[in-house]
Design a protein around this ligand. Structure first.
Ligand code: FAD
Length: 454
């Protein structure tokens, strides 16, 4: 065998598997194959001047490369079993939380020291929310910020680079079963290993599907979250964000009984685009460095859509809606809340006159032509509900960007060791469908390393 262990994907799942494997047994020969670039070479060409929107690079630097989808993220490590994945269903609640704390300790040692850990526990906001039929979820949130998150990744890479063989710009095409292990097939070479950890995240979801199909590994998929990114003056949410940083608030709509939730809150942050398999959706981030902060806060409002038989392609449904916004707006559409409820499109001049200055150069348009009525009604209901705990949310000038889609990878059948039906073939992180966050994906990497070495 060329290697004892090959890890496919250098996102948080892959990085933390490599870190823990090397720590537990430095004699292990480990290789990491990554479709994207090394961290220092990751650069999104959008500069806001010459290149204003996504040009669909062959390898998207936002989603791929050392650090994975998390590299330029806001670096919010939510330490909780309430959201971010269902790892606890496989390994137990206490074990999952212990692993997330362990990941936090490592992040602190590798450059994160001094960053704030926020907590919702025992805050007065829980009461305020419940009084208005809003539910604030429990979590501790370590906010590294985009800048410190990057430094932590740089330091982790410096620590690992002489201990682990990294192959960047090397997408794995196929995984084959051989006697005593696995063959990892790349464009120009084939590598062998005794054990293989697949950690390909969201960007590797289509590839993961083909691997599961080829190897007959059972999967299931029935959920997608669809919604908008809300942008408003930071002052509107300051009482919540100053104390909690991120508040995950859930609301059940009166009209349909659907669940709408806030997601990925970025105080004083910026709205950004995201390219998933060639489809442009919206996201957001923020910086710890005050010099890079904006006047606005942004967060997503997502409606969870679960499908029942016979429909199976929940991600395809989300993609079709995102494509519709790309078709109408050439990318992301922005609309003032006031225009949406008056049933008219936003125009460039209406956006220009708005008291809230947009941080993303999106196309003014009409989200009601894109989002299904049930989803749009849910979002509008939630905005009015949030207005009661954060007055100003339902202002005319609140900006809504669409669409934001939270795709869920199909869930791959794995054991409590995160091992597939094949001995020594593990599937972890967001690519397994079990995790949807930095802390859960990282924790799954540590868990799999301990299962292998322990
Ligand atoms: C803009 C943005 C902001 C975010 N902000 C947050 C946040 O603040 N907090 C939070 O908890 N989560 C956040 N997330 C989500 C978080 O980044 C992911 O949950 C996390 O990165 C998942 O880790 P992972 O290792 O499972 O997968 P990924 O990070 O997606 O890494 C997988 C890696 O595998 C590589 N790969 C894919 N296919 C192949 C192949 N065939 N061969 C070789 N390599 C392959 C990819 O290039 C990628 O680098 C954000 C995501 C984005 C896009």
């Amino acid at each position: 065998m060329n290697y004892d262990i090959i890890i496919i994907g250098a996102g948080p799942g892959g990085i933390f598997s490599a870190y823990e494997l090397n720590k537990l047994d430095p004699s292990l020969k480990i290789a990491v194959f990554e479709a994207g670039h090394a961290l220092s070479k990751r650069r999104c060409p959008i500069d806001g001047e010459k290149i204003k929107s996504c040009i669909s690079c062959k390898s998207c630097s936002i989603m791929s490369g050392f650090g994975g989808a998390g590299a330029f993220s806001d670096g919010k490590y939510n330490i909780t079993n309430d959201f971010g994945g269902t790892l606890h269903e496989y390994i137990g609640k206490k074990q999952a939380l212990d692993l997330m704390h362990y990941v936090d300790e490592i992040n602190m040692r590798f450059g994160g020291e001094g960053t704030r850990l926020y907590s919702t526990a025992g805050t007065r906001f829980k009461t305020l929310c419940i009084q208005h039929d809003l539910h604030l979820l429990d979590a501790s949130v370590r906010h590294l910020g985009t800048d410190i998150n990057y430094i932590v990744l740089e330091n982790l890479y410096a620590h690992l680079k002489d201990k682990v063989s990294f192959f960047f710009d090397t997408p794995v095409q196929n995984v084959r079963i051989i006697d005593g292990g696995y063959e990892v097939v790349c464009k120009d070479a084939v590598y062998t290993c005794a054990k293989c950890i697949i950690s390909v995240g969201r960007s590797g979801s289509k590839w993961m599907e083909t691997v599961c199909r080829d190897l007959d590994i059972p999967t299931k998929s029935n959920r997608v979250d669809i919604g908008v990114r809300v942008e408003l003056p930071a002052a509107v949410f300051a009482h919540l964000t100053d104390e909690l940083y991120e508040s995950k608030i859930v609301y059940r709509t009166e009209k349909y009984g659907d669940r709408v939730r806030t997601f990925c809150m970025n105080p004083k942050g910026a709205v950004v685009t995201e390219n998933t398999n060639g489809i442009i959706t919206v996201n957001g981030h923020s910086y710890e460095d005050p010099a890079r902060q904006t006047e606005n806060t942004n967060f997503a409002l997502l409606v969870a859509k679960h499908f029942s038989e016979p429909f199976k392609d929940s991600n395809g449904y989300g993609e079709s809606i995102a494509r519709l916004s790309n078709m109408l707006g050439g990318g992301v559409i922005v609309q003032r809340f006031g225009d949406l409820i008056r049933g008219r499109r936003s125009t460039p001049s209406r956006i220009e006159e708005s008291f809230t200055t947009a941080t993303l150069n999106a196309t003014p348009g009409d989200l009601s032509l894109v989002l299904p009525k049930r989803i749009l009604d849910g979002i509008i209901e939630m905005i009015y509900a949030l207005d009661k705990v954060a007055p100003g949310t339902a202002n005319d000038d609140t900006l809504l960007y669409g669409v934001e889609v939270k795709f869920y990878n199909m869930e791959v059948a794995v054991s409590e060791k995160l091992e597939s039906r094949y001995e020594g073939l593990y599937v972890i992180g967001d690519g397994s469908g079990i995790t949807h966050s930095l802390s859960h994906a990282s924790a799954s990497g540590v868990h799999v390393a301990r299962s292998i070495v322990g």
